[in-house]
Structure formats: structure tokens, C-alpha cells
Design a protein around this ligand. Structure first.
Ligand code: MG
Length: 381
């Protein structure tokens, strides 16, 4: 049952190119299905966030991350009466624009493109679903509904919003220019993205040996659940893997329940009369204040202990160089790209190179580096 403040697929603002309705699926189900069948979605399996793909088979990839975001999002959506299909569509598409090698790749491409419009992964995710996927006879992209597209475009600068508005008046950039919120479903994906990566980065950080349990004991959100898990199950003392898994499960449940309760309180307080009314209000999907503070502490911990760990920094620095060398190689010799990109280069210049590199998986980028530069991209290759 959908709440009256949920996004209703029967009242979608629609697709850029009108299509006849599906006999069996709602518009948001169709969007979700189009995303699952896209090429960019399949590539997420070989793209990483913190750890490079070759560093181990146990770590999260962008695909498993996106599935975890969809799972958390759907659980909360169901409890709040929001549209699960829209949540799932946005969750599965939210990282489609990520480059190989996580944020290092994005930073490198942004640097390469700084005099040509820059590079930003949220905007790239939108470009993927709007233009870069080529699967339909009559249009570029996946021709998704406005609600799905605006959920994917999580952030956007004023300059970029003005540019988008010029080509699509009243479209996906409107809310940024009007200072409005997206749908509750989009707000939810934004928040559960953070919940998901905080939890799995702890897991991957510990598995990789870069983060120690004793360090995590100083992070209240982790420590509380770590201690109560042991109190409830003393045998965990001898089972470190299970102890960590149980701690993370409890942390996730705690945050999920917190979001449900805090958001319900906001919905009661602001009493939006419709899905449209939500857009004029402050962001209603949120943590309680105490949980927000604990989540911020956890993020800070991960930043200093994992993302800034010297081993991670060394790999990401190398990844940045790999992307920059690839960019230079293709720019100097566009014929090194497949024929369709090489011919596109004549019309669209450097953006073609950025799109081509952004679409690569970690291992394809590493292989291309080997081919073009004649040296292994990473020492372990
Ligand atoms: Mg994400």
C-alpha cells in the first residue's frame, strides 16, 4: 500500500520520449528493469569503491554495494509506505557513472577535464541513463522517468543545473534551481547509500587487515553493538568473523529503525498532503539527531583510518596516474579507442575520452594501460 506522500507511477512526470504503457508493469518497475539490463550495470561488478578490483575477491564492488543500497532502501520504503520500485531503480542506478578505481578515477578525470566542463560522477550517472546506453532503436539512453532521473542526479552545481535546464526546461535540474527536495524515495536512497558504505567499509577494512577491531572500539556506534553482541552471545569471543558480522547486522538494524522512526516523526510534523508537497519541505528522510552524530563519528573514523590509510593512498595515487596516462594516450591517438568512440571524438572531443574511460572496469583500464604504456598498471598485475 502506497502512502499518499509516496511517488505514484501512475502520476509520473513522464519520459522525455513518450512510450505506450506496459501491459504488466508500472513505469518505475520498467525503469528498474531497464537499469538491470543495461551494460553499465553489468560493469559495476568489476568496479570498486575503496579497494581496487584485483586486491581481493571478498571486497565489495559497486555492484554488491548497489544491491545492498537497494535492499536497505526497499526495507525502509516498505515500512514507510514509499514506492519500493522507484527506490530500487534509483539505488541500482546511483553509481552507474562511477569511473574505474573509485574516487581516484573520478578525481583524475575531473582534473583532465577541468577546462572542458569537468567530470562529476552523479552527472555521469545521469549521462549513462540519458545518453550513453545504446540499446533502443528510437533513442539514446534508457528514456527513464523524470523521478528516477532526478533521484540519480543527487547533487549538481548551479552552473551545471543551468546548463541542464537550458536543454530540458522544467526537467531534471528544476529542483536545484528552485531549491526544492527530490521525492522521498530519492531522499531515502541518498541516506541508505551512506548507511551501506559505512557498514561494508568497516567489514572490508577489517578483512583487509587495514583496520583493527581495537581501533573500532573507539567508535561509539560500533562499540555499542560489538559489546551487546558479546553479552548476548559469549561464544562470539572465540569467533571473530561471526562477532563482526553480528555487530554489523545490529548496526544496520539500529540505523534502519532509527531512519524509520525519525522520518515518521518528520512526516507527522510536516504532514505533506501529497508527493508534490514533499518537494517544498525540508528533507524529511533522516536520522535522529543522536544517530546523525554517531554516523558522522563513524564516517570520520573511516576517513582517517581507512580512506587515508597509507596503503589505500598509495594505490589510489597510482590509480590516478593510470587514468591520467590513459586520458593522454587516447587524446593523442583517438584511433586507439574502438571505432565508434574514435569517430565520436571528431565531433565531441575530450568528452568522448572521458565517457570512454569512465565506462571502463578496473581490470579493463589496467589492461588498456598495459597495452598503451607497455608497463603493468599495478605491481601485482
Ligand atoms: Mg553509492
Amino acid at each position: 500500500m502506497l502512502a499518499y506522500y509516496a511517488s505514484d507511477p501512475a502520476r509520473t512526470a513522464g519520459r522525455r520520449i513518450a512510450e505506450p504503457p506496459s501491459p504488466s508493469r508500472t513505469e518505475y518497475q520498467r525503469d528498474r528493469d531497464r537499469i538491470v539490463h543495461s551494460t553499465a550495470f553489468r560493469r559495476l561488478v568489476y568496479k570498486t569503491q575503496v579497494f581496487i578490483n584485483h586486491e581481493g575477491d571478498l571486497f565489495r564492488t559497486r555492484l554488491t554495494h548497489s544491491l545492498e543500497v537497494a535492499q536497505l532502501g526497499r526495507s525502509i520504503a516498505r515500512a514507510l509506505g514509499l514506492n519500493e520500485d522507484l527506490v530500487e531503480a534509483v539505488a541500482l542506478a546511483h553509481d552507474l557513472g562511477h569511473t574505474p578505481f573509485g574516487h581516484a578515477g573520478q578525481d583524475a578525470l575531473n582534473e583532465c577535464m577541468k577546462d572542458h566542463g569537468g567530470f562529476e560522477h552523479n552527472l555521469q550517472s545521469l549521462r549513462v541513463v540519458d545518453r550513453l546506453e545504446q540499446r533502443y532503436p528510437a533513442f539514446d539512453g534508457l528514456n527513464l522517468c523524470l523521478e528516477t532521473r532526478e533521484g540519480i542526479l543527487k547533487r549538481c552545481s548551479a552552473a551545471v543545473a543551468a546548463g541542464l535546464q537550458a536543454v530540458e526546461p522544467g526537467g531534471v535540474a528544476r529542483r536545484f534551481l528552485a531549491g526544492q527536495q527530490p521525492s522521498l524515495e530519492a531522499q531515502l536512497v541518498n541516506l541508505v547509500d551512506e548507511i551501506a558504505y559505512n557498514a561494508h567499509d568497516i567489514d572490508d577494512g577489517v578483512r583487509s587487515g587495514l583496520v583493527g577491531i581495537e581501533q573500532l572500539a573507539a567508535v561509539p556506534l560500533f562499540a555499542r553493538h560489538f559489546n551487546t553482541a558479546l553479552a548476548d552471545h559469549p561464544q562470539l569471543d572465540a569467533l571473530p568473523r561471526r562477532w563482526l558480522a553480528e555487530t554489523l547486522r545490529r548496526m544496520l538494524s539500529d540505523q534502519v529503525h532509527d531512519v524509520i522512526a525519525a522520518t515518521r516523526a518528520q512526516l507527522e510534523l510536516h504532514a505533506p498532503a501529497s508527493a508534490d508537497a514533499v518537494r517544498l519541505m525540508p528533507a524529511l528522510v533522516r536520522f535522529s539527531e543522536p544517530m546523525r552524530a554517531q554516523s558522522t563519528q563513524l564516517k570520520r573514523f573511516l576517513f582517517t583510518s581507512l580512506y587515508r590509510h597509507e596503503q589505500v593512498v598509495r594505490t589510489t595515487q597510482r590509480a590516478r596516474e593510470v587514468v591520467q596516462r590513459l586520458f593522454a594516450a587516447y587524446t593523442n591517438a583517438p584511433g586507439q579507442m574502438p571505432a565508434e568512440h574514435a569517430s565520436e571524438f571528431e565531433r565531441r572531443g575530450l568528452r568522448t575520452v572521458a565517457d570512454y574511460i569512465a565506462g571502463m572496469t578496473d581490470r579493463f583500464a589496467a589492461r588498456e594501460y598495459g597495452r598503451l604504456v607497455g608497463k603493468p598498471a599495478f605491481l601485482s598485475d
